[in-house]
Ligand binder design. Structure first.
Ligand code: DLL
Length: 432
């Protein structure tokens, strides 16, 4: 059976179960043989690959976490020799060290096929002109969507992120019909289109958005401003990038591409596997990745699974759209940011106190990250020059650590409210 086969999407559940069993047994054997990390994990759990005979045995396998990626930085989780890796991508980690993922040539083909699947499910065809306004770089969004669209045969406008006026100009001039970006940027583009009086000139019909949570209200607003059907797709670097799951035009949850990934839902506190329809943390096992297969990866994303048939005919289970996480990771303009990264960066620069607050807000559809930090009393009394130097040093350190330039406010000693219990470091006004 082909590694990427769109007909798999409608296969009977019994055949899918056989395929998953076969692929799981093979991937377990491969990681045990090729990745010392997994061999050690299996040994510590008293397991050998022969203990995993089918998906029914999956729960015996220990979880893999983002911390494991960090401890194996950069290439410890590779299951192939480095010379077989043809691409590397990253996502930000908890301490400034990114999570590194690698792809073989075959992985890139599998990946583009998976992205093509959700694009096709959203109604994208070879007749479309698609503008990619995701950043092209270490983030999996730009390149991931690019090659998926090539597989579909759409005409690609690789605009990358930013330069909003130019984005809109290109869309009007080239008759762009499909927009690819984060939902927050889509909203921003929509608002800019209204302000620039360009709505009538836009030919957009479909949006394929992902990489961050968004509400139904936001969806309605994007659709009204851009005149499109807005669809959602889900993925994460550690598992492959975009292309883990996506909505069909029914938009009743994301179909998970189960011929390539096994999905489980666990209680984030106990690790206990939960039943259908119960909300918990999504755990994913990759079945076909060559360079970097993952077993039972804890995504930290909260969702629930549903297996009743979908009107579109796809037999894959659906997951609810993701609105929350079980850890403190923030997603700001599509970039993953952990409060602990910010704290580390702040404390590395001399002249600050360990009292700070992280404020995330949204204005004109754009996320705004502001960090307030107390300056130490001597410096605060000092002349202005020292404060300017401190501000510059902090901004550089923060930008390097989290991958975006925040707004910074240096505030007087003792001006940030002290708490008697857990400090409330993050104020996410987007949720209020
Ligand atoms: O965001 C991959 C991606 C790119 C998905 C483009 C879709 C489109 P990471 O940077 O590793 O990868 O971030 C993964 O982003 O664990 C979720 O918390 C969040 N996320 C991704 N898609 C969605 C979505 C890419 N549709 C993390 N809804 C994940 C809500 C999402 N959250």
């Amino acid at each position: 059976m082909a590694i990427w086969d769109p007909s798999n999407e409608t296969m009977p559940r019994s055949r899918l179960a056989d395929l998953q069993n076969e692929r799981l047994v093979a991937v377990v054997k491969r990681v045990y043989d090729k990745v010392p990390f997994y061999r050690d994990r299996f040994t510590s759990a008293g397991l050998t690959p022969s203990d995993i005979k089918s998906v029914a045995d999956l729960q015996k396998i220990p979880f893999t976490t983002k911390e494991d990626f960090r401890s194996q930085y950069p290439f410890g989780l590779l299951a192939v020799p480095k010379r077989d890796v043809v691409r590397i991508h990253c996502s930000s980690g908890t301490t400034g060290k990114p999570t590194v993922v690698g792809y073989t040539r075959k992985d890139l083909d599998t990946w583009s096929g998976l992205v093509a699947r959700f694009l096709a499910a959203a109604g994208v065809t070879a007749d479309d002109t698609a503008q990619i306004a995701f950043g092209y770089g270490l983030f999996t969004g730009g390149f991931g969507l690019h090659y998926g669209l090539e597989k579909i045969g759409a005409t690609i406008v690789p605009a990358s992120s930013g330069f909003t006026e130019r984005q809109l100009r290109l869309m009007c001039d080239f008759g762009v019909t499909v927009l690819i970006c984060t939902p927050s940027y889509a909203l921003y583009l929509g608002e800019a289109a209204v302000n620039m009086g360009l709505q009538e000139q836009l030919k957009l019909r479909v949006g394929c958005f992902g990489a961050e949570p968004w509400t139904d209200l936001m969806r309605e607003s994007i659709e009204a401003k851009l005149g499109i059907l807005a669809t959602d797709n889900y993925g994460l670097s550690e598992v492959i990038g975009p292309g883990v799951a996506g909505e069909c035009t029914e938009r009743r949850g994301h179909h998970i591409f189960e011929d390539h990934f096994i999905a489980e839902i666990i209680d984030p506190e106990t690790g206990q596997v939960l039943g259908e329809g119960q909300t918990g943390e999504l755990v994913l096992t990759s079945l076909t990745k060559e360079a970097l297969p993952v077993l039972r990866y804890r995504t930290r994303d909260l969702t629930a699974l549903h297996s009743e048939p979908c009107a579109c005919g796809r037999t894959f289970v659906r997951m609810d759209r993701v609105h929350a996480r079980s850890d403190d990771m923030l997603i700001i303009r599509g970039v993953n940011v952990f409060p602990s990264q910010i704290e580390t960066a702040l404390l590395e620069v001399e002249g600050t106190e360990p009292h700070y607050q992280i404020i995330v807000d949204r204005a004109g559809g754009m996320d705004i990250l502001t960090i307030e930090v107390e300056v130490n009393p001597e410096l605060f009394r000092d002349e202005m020059k020292a404060m300017v130097a401190l501000e510059e040093a902090l901004l550089n350190r923060l930008t390097n650590t989290i991958g975006m330039r925040p707004k910074l406010r240096l505030v007087e000693p003792k001006s940030i409210a002290r708490s008697e219990g857990k400090a409330k470091r993050v104020i996410d006004k987007r949720k209020q």
